[in-house]
Design a protein around this ligand. Structure first.
Ligand code: NDP
Length: 275
């Protein structure tokens, strides 16, 4: 299994990256340094995480070439009518002149602005400020609206996805449209008990891997990209060591069977989040 994959627009994206939600500017500098040393080449941030300047600082002091690192940021809900400025602000905090990927963070259907925002992302891509454009927390009806109105399909849909909330119908719909699914909270925000479940620990023991590594491997073999978050050096290193073993079909099914349709985050249909 190679460590990156081609998107619909021809650009490549690493299958695994570092998420940095809920990490401070100081914490991300350290975490990203550890991650880059461990082989990570994708960082997932967002303007609302209030740590883009830390991410920028980490990238500035590190020796890995800019073109070898994939940086994703996201347009916050209150900026859907202010895309150009929001993007410029993100780039300035990140000390970058382009993003590898820019996502609309949430559709916020009640605002009725996501299509207009998408048109602005298309312009930003044409202007070279962003290499690839995608969405997050979008349902098929929202993506269909974007495609109908602009003819441009998002390359990624970043959605909540983990063993307890597998979103199979949405994932299959994205796959059918060649939209890559990237899982947020791929570890169910620290496991929520699944790391202690016997079904998971027995697979982990068999491969001498941790339960978290088994879960990440399950995502990858189910064609899902992952952005596990950690600010703990040993876990950052552990989470990328998932390309040297392979789960059997029966083991994949064991993890599939843990699904409880249990959301940990908001529902995209009614989440507004303008703060
Ligand atoms: P994760 O599922 O990645 O879990 C992170 C938690 O798990 C942290 O508490 C971390 O602890 C712990 N952890 C990490 N690795 C291990 C391990 N090997 N063993 C045990 N525990 C571990 O949750 P997130 O919600 O952070 O999601 C990941 C990323 O997805 C975010 O950081 C963000 O980039 C993105 N995201 C996007 C959203 C969106 O709307 N688009 C919404 C939410 C997240 P510690 O850090 O202390 O090591």
């Amino acid at each position: 299994m190679t460590n990156s994959i081609k998107m619909l627009d021809g650009n490549s994206i690493p299958k695994l990256g570092l998420g940095v939600w809920q990490a401070s500017n100081e914490q991300v500098v350290e975490a990203i340094s550890t991650a880059l040393d461990a082989g990570y080449r994708l960082i997932d941030t967002a303007s609302v995480y209030a740590n883009e300047s830390g991410v920028g600082e980490a990238l500035r002091v590190n020796k890995v070439a800019r073109e070898d690192i994939f940086v994703t940021s996201k347009l916050w809900n209150s900026d859907q009518n202010n895309v150009q400025q929001a993007l410029e602000d993100s780039l300035s905090r990140l000390q970058l002149d382009y993003l590898d990927c820019y996502l609309i963070h949430w559709p916020v259907p009640s605002l009725g602005q996501y299509s207009k925002a998408w048109e602005e992302l298309i312009k930003a891509q044409q202007n070279g400020l962003v290499k690839s454009i995608g969405v997050s927390n979008f349902l098929p009806e929202h993506i269909e609206t974007l495609i109908q109105q602009t003819g441009v399909t998002p390359v990624i849909n970043q959605i909540e996805k983990h063993p307890l909330f597998q979103q199979k119908t949405l994932s299959d719909w994205c796959a059918k449209h060649n939209i890559l699914v990237q899982a947020w909270s791929p570890l169910a925000q620290g496991g929520q008990g699944i790391f202690e479940q016997q079904q998971v620990t027995s697979i982990a023991n068999k491969y001498q891997k941790s339960p978290a590594q088994v879960v990440l491997r399950w995502h990858l073999q189910r064609n899902t990209l992952v952005i596990p978050k950690s600010i703990t050096a040993s876990r950052i290193i552990e989470n990328i060591q998932v390309f040297d073993f392979e789960l059997t079909a029966a083991e994949l099914k064991t993890i599939d069977d843990l699904n409880k349709d249990q959301r940990l985050g908001p529902d995209p249909l009614d989440f507004v989040g303008l703060d």
